[in-house]
Each structure stands twice: as structure tokens, then as C-alpha cells.
Design a binder for this molecule. Sequence first.
Ligand SMILES: [Fe+2]
Length: 207
Amino acid sequence: MKDSFLGIPFYRFYYPGDVEKVAYDLENQQWRRNDFNWIWAGINERGTGRNLHDESIFADLFTWINECLEEVRKDLAPHATALKLCSSWANKNDPGDHFFDHTHPNCFLSSNYYASGHNKDKTVWLLPNPWYSNSNISPFGDYTDTKYHIMHEEETEPGKYICFPPHIRHYAQPNTTNRPRMTIAANAFPSGLIESGGVSRLRVEVS
Ligand SMILES: [Fe+2]
């Protein structure tokens, strides 16, 4: 379903499959500890790791995610052959863990699947407030003041899948439950023809 936050179109879907099985299967993956949470051990820092969307145990989920991406493609990139996943992984937040402020480089679209967690623990997007973002005026003194950003808070709902612009900073609030909170991150890029006015054409094959 198409919706908007911060005036920006985004997309929200709900997995019709076995939400609890996906969460269970994620918990049983291998994990590597970061400073504030865990990341799926299938990736590595040289970019030669695996992608979660290639793992057979999650095939049903990613078949559905690709159907969702096809809906988004029709709206955002109608001339492209597909919005193809180019990287995907998972994150685990133990009780009290949070996910740090970040963006998603090297993609046109990013997305998040909420496998488990509580709806009061939000993901927060921070769009620079245009009153301040194009000037060096800081009338509130501390540049971290919330007035410097327009914020959107998205509830953690198991089974929810959202697609959003990857360059908008976002973070996840601490997990206040007593169970691990599992999420999947997936980046995508248009594959096929990207063009503007029939002139500026780029043909890409995303794999
Ligand atoms: Fe993210």
C-alpha cells in the first residue's frame, strides 16, 4: 500500500505467510556482535559475503518481497524490467540494544522487514528541516535539537515490510522487550532501462 511520511511516498505491506517461522529461522542464524547490536554473519566487510535473499530457508518470504517490489516498480520505475534486490541481511537487537543512525548507500530503494519486536519501539527517520539545512544558522544552539529535523516514527509490527528512500537517515529505538528483536534489511536497484525523456538512457543488469 502506498502511503507517505514527511510528504515522501513510501510503501507498506504485511506478510501473509508464517511470520513466527521467519522470526524463529532468523534467531537460529549465525550472528556477529557489533557495538550496539548483532548483524547476520553471512555478510563480511569485503562485500564478498552472502545475501539473505539467496538463503533457501527464506525463499517464501523473499518471493513475496519480490512481489511487493514489483508493485513499487510499477509506481516508481515503470520502464525498468525489475526492482532487483542487490543486497540483503538481517539485524538482531537483544533487549536494550538499538540500531544506530545510518543511511543505505549503493541502492535506489531500501526496505525493512519487521520479524519481531514491540510496536512501541519505533524506527525513526530524520529528514533535514529546510529552514536550517541550507544555511549555517543554528538559532537553537545545539544542532542536535529536534527542530533541525522533520521526523517520522514507524511502529515495529511483526510481518510489516516497508520501502523507503535509502539516503534518509534513520535509527531504531532500543528494544524494550525481553526477547531478541529481528529485522531484515534489503536494498534494491532498477534493472533494465533507466531513462529520462527518452534521451538519457542507462541500461543496467542488476545481480
Ligand atoms: Fe536502515
